[in-house]
Design a protein around this ligand. Sequence first.
Ligand code: F6R
Length: 622
Amino acid sequence: MCGIVGYVGQRPASPSSRPVDVALQGLARLEYRGYDSAGVAVLDGSEVRVAKAKGKLKNLRGVLEGQDVPTSAVAIGHTRWATHGAPTDENAHPHLGGKDDELALVHNGIIENFAALRASLEADGYTFRSETDSEAAAHLVAREMQRTGDLTLALRAAAVQLEGAFTLLAIHRDQPDRVVAARRNSPLVVGLGEGENYLGSDVAAFVDNTREALEIGQDQVVTVTADDVAVTDFEGTEVTEKKQYTIAWDVAAAQKGGYDSFMAKEIHEQATAVADTLRGRIESGALHLDEMSIDESVLRSIDKIIVVACGTAANAGNVAKYAIEHWCRIPTEVELAHEFRYRDPIVTEKTLVVAISQSGETMDTLMAMRHAQEQGAKVVAICNTYGSTIPREADAALYLHVGPEIAVASTKAYLGQITACYLLGLYLAQVRGNLFPDEIAALMEDLEQLPAHVQTVLDGAGAVEELAQSMKDTTSVLFLGRHVGYPTALEGALKLKEIAYIHAEGFAAGELKHGPIALVDEGQPVFVIVPSPRGRDSLHSKVVSNIQEVRARGARTLVIAEEGDEDVLPYSDVVLRVPATRTLFAPLLTVIPLQIFSCALAAAKGLDVDQPRNLAKSVTVE
Ligand code: F6R
């Protein structure tokens, strides 16, 4: 949700290596975070120069084309997901600040007290040109700069007056050698180069140029020049223990690599993704989660688990519930993070909260997790983005290690999240003695087969793509599943809605007869996720009955079933096969045809698969 970049350095003057080009390159990598508008600012002697345009980054490039952009030492840039004010040129960042436009500022987050600040600044003679909350921050920093004469002091003084969430980056004509930034509840990382340094909402902003990164903590201000990075807290105390790390992936991971979209690429990376999440965590059949920095005695004492997450991550949580309850016999609830704290949840010191978030920055999830911590609960974060806020604030963090996910619609992170949840569930079962070591070893052995099974499903992508192509005029699709097939149905529907803009709903298959079956009419496409016939109980036969029920009412049944399952054949218009695995592990396989289907259908409709309308990758507002 909004991407911000900053650059300080002097590169040899070549047309493609001006600071503005470095900023544009960073914005291209961050565009997945928001694409309502884009803008950059540089210094031109005693003047601050800003270029901005509504819409995608290519519009900004159009504005800049042929312009003689000055080669100042600094540049800042922004790609916006609109909150306050429509996506217009005026509301695009950077915003100029001061009575003489002496400063430029970009902002990610929401400033809650902007109305009061704006009134005070207007009373002081500052003129506003936009409807944004961010412009108040620009003038506020400019006013503090007037008072203090130093951009770092000005940022600090402004930061303590702001309420809400913000990462701010500012440049000022009186200190042309630096970018100063402040952060609270919103992401910021520094990239360390040789004689040049970078700032970004995430490391993708600068991974083309450096893989050395520095975390910036909550409520900190960082002053970046070409040769120095100085970090303090909002009170001005120097931060001496800085966390520097090397980015574990390279620029190829942030490129499409021959695929038509990042989403297609990320779907096809999923065998590796599952293997990467498992890597190094299993030894001689036992689980080693070095990151589980919560004492085993605490884990043994917990009497309830609450998973908090949103969207796709919540669907992963719903899979986790079945696995954790089955293996660990701990009651497990899954709560949409944005609903969690409003229902006065029962949380005690014996509650373990699992916060699942690809980005690690989802504000709803962060707030839910903080609420739980205030009640004494311990929090385990399951996260993909190293050093992001959620894992930093959690008591323990399990990283997915699936590499950057750039398409807005989550795919490989979903498989990574489910895999990490299995690891967590089995680890708890190991620590608490719910399963015998040989049972855990057998489960782990099967889990290690999953990357190969995922690859088998991916190898069959062609048939699913053809199906999608033939259905590009479809206006409604239903998805049915039971047990772990239910979250898969929800995820299949979510994918189709968000990237193909088709009405889609996922249901627990048993719920259909309680109302939704009225939707089924002649030709209505219905995906059904069928559990293994080798599973326990009557789960399989019940789902086969559900297929018959919808088919009897004219539905076109698109069935995802295990290889060799003959029972589904009489009632299926289309059968998509997945390899046999344990019922609890099947969600890693059955969702893949649904991901491929949405991706191919959106592409067939000519839509922007990676950047669907109205969405942003990282939702940093509540
Ligand atoms: C859907 C999707 C979203 C995210 C949700 C949570 O494809 O990506 O539903 O899953 O916004 O995001 P994270 O996992 O970053 O907390």
